[in-house]
Ligand binder design. Structure first.
Ligand SMILES: NC(=O)c1ccc[n+]([C@@H]2O[C@H](COP(=O)([O-])OP(=O)(O)OC[C@H]3O[C@@H](n4cnc5c(N)ncnc54)[C@H](O)[C@@H]3O)[C@@H](O)[C@H]2O)c1
Length: 304
């Protein structure tokens, strides 16, 4: 391939996949609203651009074989705050892809597009959208946009419904929902390399013993995750308080996003869950009894 455009290149996940993508094309054009990363790869060009600004973003897609769209605000916010970054940006990506004859869009969707489904339902990729937040609704919007541009304009799309992508599983919920960085890179690579995809969704989740979903119909992509959150089960279970049976943080796929009021942060709930599972107990609460035995969880990034 000649050119791949990556949006959200400076984000936690964008930084993990730059090298993978750069290896797949003569040129990687990395785009973010933030300043460039400290170092660029040999065949990487950086553009500081707001993807919601079509005049600035659209021309960058000229000559691109694929756009990998990861830019977004990654939390629940009032609808108006998400409208530009999470809704208009997605329209701009697909419309620019159409105008420039781009073959495929690979999109960072999320579990939150189906976050109100019950964890124990074991849904597959054919389950209807059931967003838990305006953030999740933006993922539904973009997935449907991708489906429409495939049906009407023949642009292929692979929507990666990413669960909790962190260096290590950070809380009890992540025993089900973790996606390791290695598995993320493999997933992105499979989405790029698949000979044909039409319109496809695939759950982005590691090979977790307790994974609550079924990826069977996306098997043709060849995504075979290797990591398993179960390796952390003993430690996480030893320290986290047992959830109530009706705790939506566990009974719905979206976790804490399922119970927050619309417009209010879901990440805050995830951080609290992670603090309870590690020694980072909120002030005033007793630390877990065997906190000194805990591995040092990387707290750089919350899961989603
Ligand atoms: N991290 C997870 O566990 C997770 C789970 C599900 C889905 N996702 C999705 O994956 C993608 C990347 O997530 P992340 O964890 O790296 O988030 P992040 O917040 O670390 O990165 C997002 C990046 O997008 C950029 N951005 C935001 N608005 C922009 C705009 N209008 N124009 C250009 N750049 C813009 C930000 O500057 C940031 O660098 C997001 O679409 C997110 O919804 C992430």
């Amino acid at each position: 391939m000649k050119k791949i455009v990556l949006t959200g290149a400076c984000g936690a996940l964008g930084m993990q996949i730059r090298e993978t993508l750069a290896g797949q094309a003569e040129e990687l054009v990395s785009v973010d609203i933030q300043e460039a990363p400290d170092t660029l790869l040999a065949n990487e060009r950086f553009e500081q651009v707001d993807v919601a600004d079509m005049e600035a973003f659209g021309p960058l897609v000229e000559g691109a074989d694929m756009v990998v769209h990861f830019a977004a605000i990654v939390d629940e916010r009032p609808f108006e705050e998400l409208l530009g970054p999470n809704y208009i940006s997605s329209y701009n990506v697909w419309e620019a892809a159409y105008r420039h004859g781009t073959r495929r869009v690979i999109y960072a969707s999320s579990v939150h597009a189906v976050g109100m489904h019950e964890t124990m339902a074991g849904i597959g990729l054919d389950a209807p959208h059931r967003p838990d937040t305006f953030y999740g609704l933006a993922k539904c919007f973009a997935e449907d946009l991708g489906k429409m541009y495939w049906d009407k304009r023949g642009i292929e799309a692979v929507c990666l419904r990413i669960f909790s992508c962190t260096p290590e599983p950070q809380n009890l919920r992540a025993l089900q929902t973790w996606l390791s960085y290695d598995d993320l890179r493999q997933l992105v690579l499979r989405a790029v390399e698949a000979p044909v995809t039409g319109f496809t969704t695939v759950f982005g989740i590691s090979n977790n013993t307790r994974a609550p979903i079924n990826n069977a119909t996306a098997g043709f992509l060849g995504f075979k995750p290797k990591d398993n959150a179960e390796d952390w089960a003993e430690t996480l279970q030893a320290n986290a308080p047992r959830p109530a049976p009706d705790d939506m943080g566990f009974t719905r796929l979206g976790g804490p996003f399922a119970s927050v009021p619309l417009g209010e942060s879901g990440i805050a709930g995830i951080k609290a869950m992670s603090a309870a599972a590690t020694s980072e107990a909120p002030a005033g609460e007793p630390a877990a009894p065997n906190a000194d035995k805990l591995p040092k969880f990387l707290s750089k990034k919350r899961d989603d």
